[in-house]
Design a protein around this ligand. Structure first.
Ligand code: BG6
Length: 491
């Protein structure tokens, strides 16, 4: 599909919470790159709204610094062309009257009717009120152009709050106007999963319970909670990473082929497969906390919040019956690396006469999401000049080597562009969010009510998490396969 925007209309991107980190680090660099690549048409404006009393110039200067710092090599000329489209409007999210004033200023800036994309780059407690007040100020009706809203994560804190938030958002916006962002879906390698599976004939025939022994998804971070203790101690790794990013990756790997890449076709299939996940047993949910976490700022001294979790789950449908899926994510781990490893079944040994207790390494397909993006297929090969000795070898695809001239775009670049184009296929739909919480809620409740069934393990920093997570796989005669790191593939 082309990246061109079909209609040449005026569009205003209105960022609420514009003085925060996200705007400076991610949103403006992404919009800047899109403009540089000719993907934002001329009549696009960006208006930041926040409480502070900033001028247009001060705001632009602050954003320029962000693009310099986080946006790759800085292009002065391109910035000079881009900056005048940015404006700043003062407004307090909690004050309903301010929305009327923001609307008045927007109309003044726009001159003629324009489409609007609202971006809630705010703390989650403002998502509901902001929707109410936008509607009350008549800023959501699509009479003079489209009106869309991007809502950041976390979308709810549990199932009940997510349902309530969906309900509240739907009082002001229709579902087709709502874009719930999950930045993992904008990562190039995550988008490539459907291509790998369905644009090749090689993989699909074996992508099922008959040939796959297990699938592992790892999202490991080497950083700790840093300064985000206040938020993180309330959330923990399951809400922060599993409810959204890991389950989204899982749905891409396991969903049935949609009839098209249309947003609803894709999201119907995702909802179906997530809906088929069997309730996760507490014994299959390992939790850990890295040593020293409780000393971080704004973390409770006796905090039970997990910074690591490993889950085993099953999908009860024809394709996946009986295949275990192992998902893990943690902070302060040995390395940064996100990967999906598909482990195939081992072949029968009838002809090679392997010694007792010896077996072939199973074939593995590893999809490396970051930091070294690529796809690797591990297979067995005969060692030259031996009779029947085998060794594992890799067929490697590395984005860096295959596309040396292309800098992989940041996830927000793709996602913002899609929202402007009206393509919601990489955004979560209301039902998808709720299905994910329905899976997660019982684990969080179980940890609280029956801690003895799944105790909190303290793990050393720079490790791969608690030993209990290894035992989880060992019970099934499986082991964690290392994913991908800075130096390429580790499997
Ligand atoms: C965010 C989480 O959604 O994703 C963070 O809130 C986490 O805790 C981050 O660090 C990881 O994203 P990435 O793109 O760096 O893997």
């Amino acid at each position: 599909m082309s990246n061109e925007i079909p209609q040449a209309e005026a569009t205003t991107i209105v960022i609420f919470g514009a003085t925060g980190d996200l705007t400076q680090r991610k949103l403006i660099p992404a919009l800047f790159h899109n403009r540089k690549k000719g993907r934002l048409w001329d009549r696009t404006r960006i208006v930041g709204v926040a409480r502070r009393d900033w001028s247009d110039d001060f705001f632009r200067e602050h954003l320029r610094e962000g693009v310099r710092r986080y946006g790759g090599p800085f292009d002065e000329k391109a910035w000079a062309e881009f900056a005048p489209r940015i404006r700043y409007v003062r407004g307090d999210l909690e004050v309903p009257e301010d929305y009327h004033e923001v609307d008045r200023r927007l109309r003044e800036i726009e001159g003629k009717p324009a489409n609007r994309l609202y971006y809630l780059a705010t703390a989650p407690e403002f998502y509901g009120p902001a929707c109410d007040y936008l509607a009350a100020a008549n800023m959501t009706a699509e009479t003079e152009g489209w009106r869309r809203i991007i809502i950041e994560k976390p979308f709810g804190h549990d199932l009940a709050s997510a349902v309530a938030l969906n309900h509240r958002v739907h009082q002001s916006f229709r579902e087709h106007q709502v874009y719930r962002i999950d930045h993992y879906l904008g990562k190039e390698t995550a988008q490539n999963i459907l291509f790998l599976r369905f644009a090749n004939t090689l993989f699909e025939p074996v992508w099922n319970r008959r040939y796959i022994s297990n699938i592992q998804i790892t999202v490991a971070e080497d950083v700790d909670v840093g300064t985000r203790g206040g938020y993180y101690d309330q959330a923990g790794v399951v809400r922060d990473m599993f409810q959204n990013h890991l389950l989204q990756l899982l749905s891409l790997v396991t969903m049935e082929p949609p009839a098209s890449l249309d947003a609803n076709a894709v999201r119907n299939e995702k909802a179906k497969v997530l809906g088929n996940i069997r309730a996760i047993r507490l014994e299959d949910a390992v939790r850990g906390q890295y040593e020293g976490y409780r000393e971080a700022a704004r973390v409770a001294p006796d905090s039970q919040t997990p910074t690591y979790a490993a889950l085993k789950l099953y999908i009860d449908n024809w394709r996946w019956q009986g295949v275990p899926f192992y998902l893990r994510s943690g902070k302060a781990m040995a390395a940064r690396g996100s990967s999906i490893i598909v482990e195939f079944q081992a072949p029968p040994d009838v002809m090679f006469g392997l010694a007792r207790n010896q077996s072939f390494t199973p074939n593995m397909l590893s999809i490396c999401i970051q930091p070294e993006e690529g796809v690797h297929l591990r297979f067995e090969t005969k060692v030259p000049d031996t009779i029947a000795e085998s060794r594992s070898a890799n067929m490697d695809f590395s984005y860096r080597k295959a596309f040396p001239d292309i800098v992989l775009p940041d996830a927000y670049e793709r996602l913002l562009l899609d929202a402007i184009k009206g393509d919601a296929s990489l955004f979560a739909r209301a039902d998808g969010i709720e299905i994910a919480w329905r899976l997660i809620d019982p684990i969080l409740a179980g940890w609280e009510e029956h801690p003895e069934r799944s105790p909190l393990h303290i793990y050393p920093r720079k490790s791969w998490g608690p030993a209990a997570a290894d035992e989880l796989l060992a019970r099934d005669d499986h082991e964690w396969r290392l994913g991908c790191g800075e130096d390429g593939c580790w499997i």
